[in-house]
Design a protein around this ligand. Sequence first.
Ligand SMILES: [Ca+2]
Ligand SMILES: [Ca+2]
Length: 369
Amino acid sequence: MNCRRQTGQFQVDAIESSSLRSGLLFFLAVLVLFSLGADLRAQEPRRTDGCRPPTDEEKQWMKDNMIVTKTVRPNELAMKRLNGFRKAKGLDALPADMAIADEASCVDGKTQAQIEKEGMTLNEYLAPALTEAANPPLGDLPAVDNSLEDWFPPVGDQGTIGSCAAYSSTYYTMTSQIARLRGWKVSDGSESFSPRFTYNLVNTGQDAGTWLSTVYAMEQAHGAARTSVWPYIPSSSPSSNYLDWPQTANIWKDAINYRMGRSGMVFNIDTEAGLKTVKSLLLNGYILNYATDISGWQGFYKIKDDPSTTADDALVGQSCTTYCQYWGTGHGMTVVGFNDNLWCDVNENNVLDTGENLKSLFSSNHLKK
Ligand SMILES: [Ca+2]
Ligand SMILES: [Ca+2]
């Protein structure tokens, strides 16, 4: 199972006076697993080509502002999950004081600009962090699914607007991270942040998509309004749905209460070490975004039930995919968890052959519930 090699990026943390700041973003293209079950609320075809490549200006913003993830240390949620797993296996609990109470200190890293200024390459900077000792013990924890948490919103629908980069990073990432840190329950759809606020402000007056880090920059500088205040309408007709800017003070005031913090990247995610970094972020409850070529994914199968484990049962019957080609159909998506026990029967012989046991990240944009 493979796809284009890729690096990654992410965005995190911090509590700052009245504003919470958190979130995650990254590029990806390794082993992505997602299902194509659709929310068929809209009669019009859904749009997917809303994540365009970054401009030179956006690349520079990323270098100057986004953290290169070096180490991820466990927060209280990660420790709770790890110890729950260890208890079930009859293992001693890890010491509670391993948990990092300060969310802003869980992720360590510098910006690319800082690293270059110090005369280092990215790999030189990351090399010491890619050792077992430098990262928290994931152990053999087989799976994390953040989409099952109270702080994760229901699967939504961008509709016919090319807002996926904003939808994935605002509706999913921003909503989940602020809800997680503020103790909100949003799994019932009672609250979320509106991609209409972020997308309409950065799409330069056309429905031609945007780039993930530009949405992050917006969320960090101005926040985003809640959908209860500035609702997202998932249709490109009338065009005001993606062109309107907020024109009342209450919308801007709502948004400024919810600014996001630092953003960052995960590199080398086509390696075990890079994948472990992504898993450590997911274990902490962070939600990640990535850009992919949605129509380029090829070779779809259904997850089969491996009778030797129950860790796969919840995802049996969902779709998995095996490789990705360039089709020029950019799409912003969301990574919500991982599972190391999934069987994709690529040769369809009903036997779990070598190489068919996936270590997979899975995504929520198309997750059928
Ligand atoms: Ca099973
Ligand atoms: Ca097989």
